[in-house]
Design a protein. Structure first.
Length: 290
């Protein structure tokens, strides 16, 4: 029997799940983490998870057992998953069946972009939730600044900021720590029912802008250079990424190449009660000093 204020976090061992658990713990929330690999239990408990629930999101009855007795669920779907819409429906139905007070759905900025599959699937999950009668809050986060952590060594070694889309396409990249804090505020406060929040970063930046900011912060000359999509594809293949995921990432990057992913930080700043983290601060605090 769990604490009646228990919050179930799915996708708990992932990048977003871990950040949300830490932010919830920071606000004194009682957290049940849903994981499929028992070996990460201790790490999640160290981050602040009070309970661990084991299971697979798509198979078996682990998810249903985990939903039982919780007050709220924040559902963070594995990225680029072809079953995302069906899983969203399953989570909604389980919340209704087990009288979960609120379901917080972790979606994406602009799910209406029908040419990008995971946006389209998230839109279907949102539509089902909104029509279901379940009390909800939907979060629509923009592209994370944390994508830079994966290429930081390469940027520093080569002097090139090289992502696989046009160097002029603009993005309101957002700090994951801000998103996690916003999610934790929403989960621990009243007044966010039936809301859909676009959560984007404070500045609309192209690769040229990002390279300039990194140069200013580090004192090292960095130039922007679009990574050819074939180079990106073969790098992903070499890293062992499944073919279906590579395909979807290439479609997403094709969209970004033409249109970027632009949003607005007003709602995020209203929720946080402070300015959103800007890219220069993120580079200084998270990349340079780590
Ligand atoms: N990255 C961005 O810029 C961005 C922007 C907006 C929205 N989002 C959304 O954020 C969400 C989370 O992304 P992320 O980068 O945090 O993902 P991630 O780090 O890859 O984490 C995915 C999580 O899902 C778990 N998982 C995968 N398959 C599972 C299964 N069958 N049963 C149980 N658990 C399973 C993984 O567990 P294991 O650790 O065991 O693999 C992991 O905990 C995605 O829906 C994405 O679309 C991302």
């Amino acid at each position: 029997m769990s604490n009646s204020n228990c919050i179930l976090v799915t996708g708990a061992s992932g990048r977003t799940g871990r950040a949300v658990i830490a932010a919830l713990a920071n606000r004194g929330a009682y957290v049940r983490a849903f994981i499929r690999r028992e070996e990460v239990s201790e790490e999640l408990q160290a981050l602040g998870a009070n309970e661990i629930a084991l299971g697979d999101l798509f198979e078996g009855d682990g998810l249903e057992q985990a939903v039982k007795g919780v007050d709220q669920v924040i559902h963070i779907c594995p990225p680029m998953n072809p079953g995302e819409a069906e899983l969203g429906k399953k989570v909604t139905d389980l919340c209704l069946a087990h009288n979960v007070r609120r379901l917080v759905e972790y979606s994406v900025l602009h799910p209406i972009l029908s040419d990008v599959r995971h946006h389209h699937l998230k839109l279907q999950a949102e539509e089902y939730l909104i029509n279901s009668g379940q009390i909800y809050t939907i979060l629509q986060p923009g592209r994370y600044m944390q994508h830079h952590a994966m290429i930081w060594k390469e940027i520093m070694a080569t002097g090139k900021h090289s992502m696989p889309f046009s160097i002029d396409a603009k993005f309101n990249i957002v700090a994951l720590a801000d998103l996690a804090e916003a999610a934790a505020i929403i989960l621990t406060e009243d007044g966010h029912e039936a809301a859909t929040y676009q959560l984007a970063g404070p500045h609309s930046l192209s690769q040229v802008d990002m390279a300039r900011i990194i140069s200013e912060v580090t004192g090292k000359a960095i130039i922007a250079e679009a990574k050819p999509i074939d180079t990106y594809r073969s790098g992903a293949e070499k890293a062992g990424m499944p073919a279906g995921r590579i395909e979807q990432l290439c479609i997403m990057n094709g969209h970004y190449d033409k249109l970027g992913l632009v949003g607005n930080s007003n709602v995020l700043e209203w929720i946080l009660g402070r300015p959103a983290t800007d890219f220069a601060t993120y580079v200084k605090n998270d990349l340079l000093n780590n």
